[in-house]
Design a binder for this molecule. Structure first.
Ligand code: ATP
Ligand code: MG
Ligand code: MG
Length: 549
C-alpha cells in the first residue's frame, strides 16, 4: 500500500536509517540504450524533484545490464540532458559498479536454495506455463541439488555455455497468480563486450535481479517507477527478503505519453536507423535533444511536466497542450524578428534612391525590457508574397492594387500604385507603392512584416534554407497503425523554403545564442570529463564548432 514501509526487519531498517539519516534518497535509472525523450523528463522531474523537495538526494544510475544495446554516446547524452534540465545528480553510478556484489549474492541465493541453473529453452518455459497461463509446471532443473547448481553456475561464469544454453533462475512461487513470481531469470549468458567491464563477464544479471538489489545497496528510500512495474513490486520484495537485505519501498506513477509521437527509445531508434528522420535530434522528434535543438527552454519542459501531477493514471497528453505551455513560457521572453518567407520586392516610388530612416524596433511589442534594434527603412523593401493579392475583397486588409497597408514599426503606411508581372510565369515580380508621408495618411486596417534593402547595414539577411516542420505522424496514435507505426508517417512533415529574408538584427542575436551555446557545450564537456567512468571507454568528447550548432 502507498505509504506503507515494506521493511519488516527492524535491524535492516535501523541500518538503512544510519546511512541516510532518514533522508529521502531516490534514483533516476535510465537504460543507456537511446537518447531520453519527453516521457523521461517526467521520471527525471519526479525523482530529482521529490528528493530536492524533501532536502534529500537523487542518484543518476545507469542501468547498464544489456551490453548488446548500450553505446557510449547514450551515456554522455543522458548526463548532459539531465543537467540541461537543471538537475545535478548527487552521484552518478552504474549497475555494473555492483557486478561483483551481485554475483556474490547470486551464489548466496543458490546456497539458500532460492535459485537454480536451468537449461530449458524459451519454448519449453512457455509450454510449462501452459495455455491458460496460470500455475506453470516446475521443470526438471528446479529440483536439482544445490551443489549441482553451484557447479553449473560456475560453468556459466567460465564461458562453458553459449547464450541461451543455461540461465540462473530464481526459485520463486509457481502457485502464485502473479507471473512475476514464476521463477524469473536472474543471470543469462551473453556473448557481448560491456561498455565498462569489457570482457570480464560472460554472464549478465537481468533487470529483475539487478534493480531491487542495487536500490538496496544504494539505500534508496523511495524507489519511484512507472506503473508497468506494479506487478514487479512483488518480485522486488521477494528477492530482497530472500537475501535478507534492506528492502526499499517501491511506489509507482503513471507514464507520460505524448500523443501524435513515439515515446519509446527502441521505436525512435527505428525511425533514425531507417532514415525517416535525420537523427535523434531531428526537430520532429520529442527526444529531449530534439526539443533542445528546436529551442525549447528546459524551464518550459519542467513547467509542462509539473502540471501533469504524479498520480498512477497514465497521462495521454495532446501535443497541442505541450505547445501551449511552451508558447506561454516563451511569450514574454522570446525576441521577435521580422522575417519574410517568400520575399516580394516593393519599390516606394515617391522617395529618393538614398532614402533612409533608421527605425527603432522593440524586440517584443509588450516587453520593453527585452530591448530594441535599429533596422533600416529604405526605398526598396520586401514583403511576404502572401501579403499581396491582385484581387481585392472586402474581408482582405493587406496589400492590393490601389489599397493601403501598414508596415509594422515603419513611419508611414504604403499604397500600391502598380505592379510588374513576369509574362512567362504570370507571377507578380515587383510592386510599386507610394509612401503616405504627407497630408492625412489612410488609417491601415492591417500591419505586415517587411525587411528593407540596405547593403551597407547588411540588410536583409538572406537565409539559404528555411525548414518548417509539421507533425511527423498523421494521427494521434501512431501505435495503432497497421502493419506498424511507420505506416502513420506523414510524408510531408518537412517543408523547405529557399531564399527567405530576416531583419538584420538576426546576426547579433544569432551570435549571442551561438556564443551561449558554445559556452554551455564547453561547460558540459568539461563536466562530463570530470565524471569518473563517463567516456572512459576512450570515446572522446568531440570538438564543437559554431557550424555544427
Ligand atoms: P523506453 O521504452 O523509451 O526505452 P524505458 O522505460 O525502457 O523507456 P528507461 O531508460 O528504463 O526507459 O527509463 C528510465 C526511467 O524513466 C524509468 O524509471 C522509466 O519508468 C521512466 N520512464 C520511461 N518512459 C517514461 C514515460 N513515458 N513517462 C514517465 N516515465 C518514463
Ligand atoms: Mg527500462
Ligand atoms: Mg525500454
Amino acid at each position: 500500500k502507498p505509504g506503507e514501509n515494506p521493511q519488516t526487519r527492524p535491524e535492516l531498517r535501523e541500518q538503512h536509517l544510519r546511512v541516510t539519516d532518514g533522508q529521502v534518497w531516490t534514483r533516476f535509472p535510465p537504460e543507456p540504450n537511446g537518447y531520453l525523450h519527453i516521457g523521461h523528463s517526467k521520471a527525471i522531474f519526479v525523482n530529482f524533484g521529490y528528493a530536492a523537495h524533501h532536502g534529500g538526494k537523487c542518484y543518476l544510475r545507469f542501468d547498464d545490464t544489456n551490453p548488446e544495446k548500450e553505446e557510449a554516446r547514450y551515456f554522455e547524452s543522458i548526463i548532459e540532458v539531465v543537467r540541461w534540465l537543471g538537475f545535478e545528480p548527487w552521484k552518478i553510478t552504474y549497475s555494473s559498479d555492483y557486478f561483483d556484489q551481485l554475483y556474490d549474492l547470486a551464489i548466496e541465493l543458490i546456497k539458500r536454495d532460492k535459485a537454480y541453473v536451468c537449461h530449458c529453452t524459451q519454448e519449453q518455459i512457455k509450454a510449462d506455463r501452459g495455455e491458460k497461463i496460470s500455475a506453470p509446471k516446475a521443470c526438471v532443473h528446479r529440483s536439482r541439488p544445490i551443489q549441482e547448481s553451484l557447479d553449473e553456475f560456475k560453468k556459466m561464469t567460465d564461458g562453458y555455455y553459449r547464450p541461451k544454453e543455461a540461465n540462473l533462475r530464481m526459485k520463486m512461487d509457481l502457485t502464485d497468480g502473479n507471473p512475476q513470481m514464476w521463477d524469473l531469470t536472474a543471470y543469462r549468458v551473453l556473448d557481448a563486450t560491456h561498455h565498462r567491464t569489457l570482457d570480464k563477464w560472460k554472464i549478465y544479471p537481468t533487470y529483475d535481479y539487478t534493480h531491487c538489489l542495487v536500490d538496496s545497496f544504494e539505500n534508496i528510500s523511495h524507489s519511484l517507477c512507472t506503473t508497468e512495474f506494479i506487478a514487479s513490486r512483488q518480485s522486488y520484495e521477494w528477492l530482497c527478503d530472500a537475501l535478507d537485505v534492506y528492502k526499499p519501498r517501491q511506489s509507482e506513477f503513471g507514464r507520460l505519453n505524448l500523443q501524435g509521437t513515439i515515446n519509446s527509445k527502441r521505436k525512435i531508434l527505428q525511425l533514425v536507423d531507417e532514415g525517416y528522420v535525420s537523427g535523434w535530434d531531428d526537430p520532429r522528434l520529442y527526444t529531449l535533444i530534439a526539443l533542445r535543438r528546436r529551442g525549447v527552454p528546459p524551464g518550459a519542459i519542467l513547467s509542462f511536466v509539473s502540471t501533469l501531477g504524479v498520480s498512477t493514471a497514465a497521462s495521454n497528453i495532446q501535443i497541442a497542450r505541450f505547445e501551449q505551455t511552451l508558447r506561454q513560457y516563451l511569450e514574454g521572453s522570446a525576441p521577435r524578428l521580422f522575417m519574410v518567407m517568400r520575399p516580394l520586392k516593393v519599390i516606394i516610388e515617391n522617395v529618393p534612391d538614398d532614402y533612409l530612416v533608421m527605425v527603432d524596433k522593440p524586440f517584443h511589442p509588450k516587453n520593453p525590457q527585452l530591448g530594441s534594434s535599429q533596422i533600416p527603412f529604405t526605398r526598396t523593401i520586401y514583403i511576404d508574397a502572401d501579403d499581396f493579392r491582385l484581387e481585392d475583397s472586402k474581408d482582405y486588409f493587406r496589400l492590393a492594387p490601389g489599397k493601403s497597408v501598414g508596415l509594422f514599426q515603419a513611419p508611414y503606411p504604403i499604397t500600391c500604385t502598380s505592379y510588374k508581372i513576369d509574362s512567362a510565369t504570370g507571377e507578380v515580380t515587383e510592386v510599386f507603392c507610394r509612401l503616405e508621408d504627407s497630408g492625412t495618411p489612410p488609417k491601415p486596417k492591417a500591419y505586415i512584416q517587411w525587411v528593407a534593402e540596405h547593403a551597407s547595414s547588411g540588410s536583409p539577411v538572406r537565409i539559404d534554407e528555411t525548414r518548417i516542420f509539421h507533425p511527423l505522424f498523421k494521427s494521434d496514435n501512431p501505435l495503432a497503425a497497421v502493419p506498424d507505426f511507420k505506416a502513420d508517417i506523414n510524408s510531408n512533415s518537412m517543408e523547405v523554403i529557399k531564399g527567405a529574408m530576416v531583419e538584420v538584427s538576426f546576426w547579433p542575436l544569432a551570435k549571442r545564442s551561438i556564443a551561449d551555446a558554445l559556452e554551455e557545450a564547453r561547460a558540459r564537456s568539461a563536466k562530463s570529463k570530470a565524471i569518473p567512468g563517463a567516456g572512459s571507454n576512450g570515446a572522446d568528447t568531440p570538438e564543437i564548432t559554431p557550424e555544427q550548432l
